[in-house]
Ligand binder design. Sequence first.
Ligand code: KIV
Ligand code: ZN
Length: 515
Amino acid sequence: MPATDHLVIFDTTLRDGEQSPGATMTKAEKLRIAKVLEKLRVDVIEAGFAIASQGDFEAVKGIAESIKGSTVCSLARALDKDIDRAAEAIRPAERGRIHTFIATSPIHMKHKLQMQPDEVVEQAVRSVRRARSHVDDVEFSCEDAGRSELDFLCRIIEAAIDAGATTINIPDTVGYAIPEQFGETIRQLLNRIPNADKAVFSVHCHNDLGLAVANSLAAVSSGARQVECTINGLGERAGNASLEELVMAVRTRQDLYTIDTRIDTKHIVPASRLVSTITGFPVQPNKAIVGANAFAHESGIHQDGVLKHRETYEIMRAEDVGWHTNSLVLGKHSGRNAFRSRLLELGIQFETETELNEAFTRFKALADLKHEIFDEDLQAIASHTRQEEDGRYGLVTMQVCSETGVVPRALLTLLMDGKEHKVEAEGSGPVDATFKAIESLVDSGCNLQLYSVNNITSGTDAQGEVTVRLERGGRIVNGVGADTDIIIASAKAYIEALNLISRGGVRQHPQGADV
Ligand code: KIV
Ligand code: ZN
């Protein structure tokens, strides 16, 4: 394998992460996340699957145009049309990569591809060659490698490297692997494939058995030199290996690993917050590294120990991963210029002056309520300003009655297709009444799959961030709303989810069967 002086971090939050149900992101949101990934010093950003839709194509292209510090990559099935589209999307990048893949397990080849193994090898070789005709940096993945036969993997990988693949990725697509066995597979591949020294070996682990990070680390111990991961472990089903856990495991246990990443870890917590705000996937409090409790010591014995000598109970420093860096950025008296420049520092740029004005008005209203405004508040203001601009539905006013012994009631004025409507309903609680009032007008036919509330910063004056997940006809969307009043935040989140559902749009799933 070519010598790499560091463990390559390939972040796929914007591609595999976006495949989580409801985690669809707009181009502007993807750009904001890409900027934070660049600050983190991620080596490769998988920006999307260019052929999936015009929106995906534009997002990959936009990221390729604006990211300088990381390689920008697009996924492509082993098909000419996918590869050509990926090449077009990444063309503006200073460093671009095409990532092409085909399934290699007996079950996928027989039932999904309906192809013979020889045909699969042939198609892999053709695709890698085509990708190499566009760029020098080509990654080839054996989808469902975790359930593929070792001999067949050796054969197809050798052929792919001969055809010009510079990175070989071994995905555990269905999260089936166990660390010892997966580590051994990587060792065998590196030992048995004669031209293994011509490519960087990578792993891409899913978390169905909760082992994605453990499997990736086992692979690193066996010689893998790229790991594919996502912020907060976002991804299909149970998710992908989490970037923050992998990076901190390798950094903290340098006594065991002969290699480290280039990640600037102090951007980990801000990146985690941003991804959570944008996707509406909350981070569980006990999540390693980025959960609210990850560095909190409840037990008196632990607190005493940490006060006497931090390392008695702490293996990492909270500030090294970006905790407590919440700077008080702006307040009630901050002006428009200070507001605009802080947004720019956060990588947030509005397309129109009207959007900026709208965001500034929200900022002023929030500063009146809460006095101290943090970066997280600004991120939420930016997300929600953009969302509300172009929706079919909007919230004009609302009034909710919540009193002991009285049935809760909500009265709302809603905007639908530019016209105001007054609606009201009773419910088992104020949120239930609010959603029923909205539905009395919209009659969306959606199923509510998830309702969750989180605070954006700490304190009782913090903004609450509500996620509402709606499903209709198999399509799932997440609406997110923020406000210091959580009932208003709930209404905003519900309305945003309805706007996303009403916008429709079909995206191709990369792992669909049409190879
Ligand atoms: O899980 C998987 O196999 C993938 C591939 C497309 C790399 O995401
Ligand atoms: Zn995957």
